[in-house]
Design a protein around this ligand. Structure first.
Ligand SMILES: Cc1ncc(COP(=O)(O)O)c(C=O)c1O
Length: 407
């Protein structure tokens, strides 16, 4: 009989753009025993999770819950449920994940119009307003933090522009939730989604979402229940049926809401993980955002002292991921491989127009700590030296320590 070895993943320090190291408290939560999905103890955990998601998304939205699946499951749920075939959707693209929104929106049958910005920059409110005037969309879908470019698009002005014209605004906060303050209500964002595996320091596989009553009204107008669970007398909505069963927000609302109508089997261990990840982030409060900013400033100081150029418009850089330009003549993949094999540290490559031009270094969630920033810089210094780029000896680590000393 063939036997297979025990799982024994090598120890790694994950300093890429996600996934990152999982907080041990989350791993412990995931090992808790199964409960039936309608056990009152379990439904109480579901309700607590909803309450915590309202706090982390800074919203009063009743509808704040989890989609089982990685971050794009949340994106797909929101888009397939909000967009009816033929709806006009405006997608401002400033990185890879704007293209993802475009692709998913077009699969949902939207008439997609997009505007594009050079990677490493974000849109001005005027640019968005011009596009809205020109195209009169029903929905605007925009990424909040595009991990591919490290940029965060300010949302408050876009929220005001959309609300004043009765346009629905959806934003993908996968890279930012738990690492930057997200003000869903104050920014007037109608719907948001995220993932666990970045600043929330959970495993990939659960997507926290939130949406307001404006979105709920659209979605319930499209409610068509599965025949096998339809209560007597239920009348389907007039709108077109949502094209996905698994991501059907109308049915998911009934599952997470007081009627507790059966849908999928909730991913028990992932709910435990999400609940604990968010609970930890809420316990830390605003200090968590300050910790990310501090790490970003210290890392950037170190990289610059090594003579390396930072990528993109620094005024809009996310604090949880930093793009650094690969020095000319250096074998980019060789350096990453050496970082991994000799130091056990993962840093990120990049996509599309940035491939081979920048590395992305993540300082996210549990991993975002002074000792990790220092270890990563020291290792990068050593690897670069091997590949022919000689930074002033010790300069990176010294500058990082000095930045941390400044507080
Ligand atoms: C901004 C953003 N959106 C969506 C995704 C897709 O997430 P997932 O790979 O968890 O499905 C990612 C993943 O890196 C991301 O960074």
């Amino acid at each position: 009989m063939t036997t297979f070895p025990d799982l024994n993943p090598p120890p790694r320090l994950l300093m890429g753009p996600g996934p990152v190291g999982v907080d041990p408290r989350v791993l412990r939560a995931m090992s808790m025993p199964m409960l039936g999905q309608f056990d009152p103890a379990f439904t109480a955990y579901m309700n607590e999770t909803m309450e915590m998601l309202r706090l982390i998304y800074r919203t009063k939205n009743q509808w704040s819950f989890l989609i089982d699946g990685t971050a794009r499951a949340g994106v797909e749920t929101m888009l397939v449920s909000m967009i009816a075939p033929g709806d006009k959707v405006l997608v401002p693209i400033f990185g890879r994940f704007g293209h993802l929104l475009t692709e998913i929106a077009s699969r949902c049958g939207a008439e997609v119009v997009s505007i594009e910005r050079e990677w490493g920059t974000v849109f001005t409110p005027d640019e968005i307003e011009d596009a809205i005037r020109k195209h009169s969309p029903r929905i605007v879908a925009v990424v909040h933090g595009d991990t591919s470019t490290t940029m965060a698009q300010p949302l408050a002005e876009i929220g005001a522009l959309c609300r004043s014209r009765d346009i629905l605004l959806y934003s993908d906060a996968t890279a930012t939730l738990g690492g930057m303050a997200i003000e869903t209500d104050a920014w007037q964002v109608d719907a948001m989604s995220s993932g666990l595996q970045k600043c929330l320091s959970g495993p990939p596989g659960s997507s926290p979402i939130t949406f307001n009553d404006r979105v709920a009204a659209v979605v319930t107008g499209r409610k068509h229940l599965e025949a096998g669970i339809k209560p007597p007398g239920f009348v389907d909505g007039n709108g077109p049926r949502i094209a996905s069963n698994y991501f059907d927000l109308a049915m998911l609302m009934d599952y997470w809401g007081p009627s507790r109508l059966n849908h999928h089997t909730e991913a028990t261990s992932m709910l435990y993980a999400a609940r604990e990840s968010v609970r930890i982030a809420l316990e830390e409060g605003d200090a968590r955002f300050a910790r990310h900013v501090r790490a970003s400033e210290a890392l950037c100081a170190g990289l610059q002292a090594m003579g390396l150029a930072l990528f993109g418009d620094q005024a809009h850089k996310m604090p949880n991921v930093t793009g650094v330009t690969i020095p000319k003549g250096v074998d980019a993949d060789g350096v990453r491989t050496m970082m991994l094999e000799d130091f056990g540290i993962e840093i990120g490559t990049s996509f599309g127009p940035l491939h081979g031009k920048i590395w992305r270094i993540g300082t996210m969630g549990y991993v975002c700590r002074k000792e990790n920033v220092l270890i990563c810089l020291a290792a990068l210094d050593a690897c670069l030296r091997r590949f022919g780029y000689k930074a002033p000896p010790g300069a990176g680590v010294d500058a990082t320590l000095a930045a941390y000393d400044r507080g």
